[in-house]
Design a binder for this molecule. Structure first.
Ligand SMILES: Cc1ncc(COP(=O)(O)O)c(C=O)c1O
Length: 391
């Protein structure tokens, strides 16, 4: 019965694109784990600030378990609407300097919900070619016409707007804030200018910018000092904030509309209260312990400089993501395995997650890495890079 699927899996194996779950984490403290009985340093987590193990975040989560139990038991519009959810939304709106916010069960669901609620047949979405899969899926679900502009190419975007904008009712320009596999930043001020010129909506997904960019860690809008209140800011609580869930922050009417129209909000159980409490506590910690941001960026600089000095091809980064380019999938896998042998965990990233021929290691740095962790990792990279003939 499933022979046709087996054949497809065989093809994936032949092209080094077969995916397997890595050895499960047997123990975990944020930046270190035990996998297959071996202690490893993680240089691939999105838990950029180590919030998942911050004592205040853990304490708030435990307190919420005691007070509220575990699951929420219903969607927000039925029985799953707790005071904590609203507190979190208000807290996000304050953090993002927006009028309001709405929380979803994940960042993936936030993107599906907001895009499919805002545009539909007869509308146009203009999407950066390197946008995250959840944006792509949101666009598909919406049934709007989707045109892809070259990565960060504002002139290309303008050409499409000039040629197409008048043939559609609404237009949405959508971009990652920090691109998840490349670590670079979207040209938000220029995108905003075009959105205004062509009466279009602008949405930015700050999954990898939140807790990383801007003087308070509020993301790309803060990074560029933009005052515009119409930008739709999407994000996730699952990365630098060490919790789970996604959100949309923006204009009060927009948020009210999403409560009524975003199907992934309406038809999914509300986040569990302890996870919401964790996110609120992480936002409080971020506000009060801003040195975490400085620590993160200092660690990124140390690691980036070290990799460059070793002779690796690393793309310039302004975020916590350092892409180490390899090219072929099998060699990327070999590099990742060699690093694992030396106790450094960085999974290989291959197509379809990244374009063909651009397989890479997506290295991420955390505020909680110690300088000696980075030194140890660089020694492992030197050994592994030589072993696979990259340096
Ligand atoms: C840019 C981007 N958007 C959205 C998501 C989805 O967020 P979540 O993991 O909370 O579903 C991710 C990460 O997975 C991401 O990298």
């Amino acid at each position: 019965m499933f022979r046709f699927l087996e054949k497809e899996l065989e093809l994936l194996k032949e092209s080094s694109l077969y995916r397997q779950l890595p050895g499960p984490l047997e123990e975990f403290n944020g930046s270190r784990a035990i996998i297959n009985g071996q202690e490893v340093l993680l240089f691939s987590s999105n838990n950029y600030l180590g919030m998942s193990h911050h004592p205040r975040v853990k304490a708030a989560t435990l307190e919420a378990v005691e007070r509220w139990g575990t699951g929420s038991g219903g969607s927000r519009l039925t029985t799953g609407n707790f005071v904590l959810h609203r507190q979190l939304e208000e807290r996000i709106a304050r953090f993002k300097s927006t009028e309001d916010a709405i929380v979803f069960s994940s960042g993936y669901l936030a993107n599906l919900g907001v895009i499919s609620a805002l545009v539909g047949q007869g509308d146009l979405v203009l999407s950066d070619e390197l946008n995250h899969a959840s944006i792509i899926d949101g666009c598909r679900l919406s049934r709007a016409t989707v045109k892809v502009f070259r990565h960060k190419d504002v002139a290309h975007l303008k050409d499409i707007l000039l040629a197409e904008r008048n043939s559609y009712r609404r237009c949405l320009i959508v971009t990652d804030g920090v691109f998840s596999m490349d670590g670079d930043i979207a040209p938000l001020p220029q995108l905003l200018q075009l959105a205004e010129e062509f009466q279009s909506l602008l949405m930015v997904d700050d999954a990898h910018a939140t807790g990383v960019l801007g003087k308070r860690g509020a993301g790309t809008v803060e990074h560029f000092g933009l005052e515009n209140k119409n930008i739709i800011q999407v994000g996730t609580l699952s990365k630098a904030l060490g919790s789970e869930g996604g959100y949309v922050a923006g204009n009060v009417i927009l948020i009210d509309y999403l409560r009524n129209r975003a199907r992934s909000f309406i038809f999914s159980t509300a986040l569990s209260p302890p996870i919401v409490a964790a996110a609120i506590a992480a936002l409080d910690v971020l506000e009060e312990e801003l040195y975490l941001l400085d620590q993160l960026h200092a660690n990124v600089r140390q690691f980036y400089k070290g990799l460059k000095e070793l002779g690796f091809e690393v793309l310039p980064t302004e975020s916590a993501i350092i892409p180490l380019m390899v090219g072929e999938s099998h060699r990327t896998l070999a590099l990742s395995s060699a690093l694992a042998e030396k106790g450094v965990f960085v999974p290989a990233i291959r197509p379809p997650t990244v374009p063909e021929g651009t397989s890479r290691l997506r290295i991420t740095v955390m505020a909680t890495h110690k300088p000696e962790d980075i030194q140890r990792a660089l020694e492992a990279f030197l050994w592994a890079g030589k072993r696979v003939g990259l340096i």
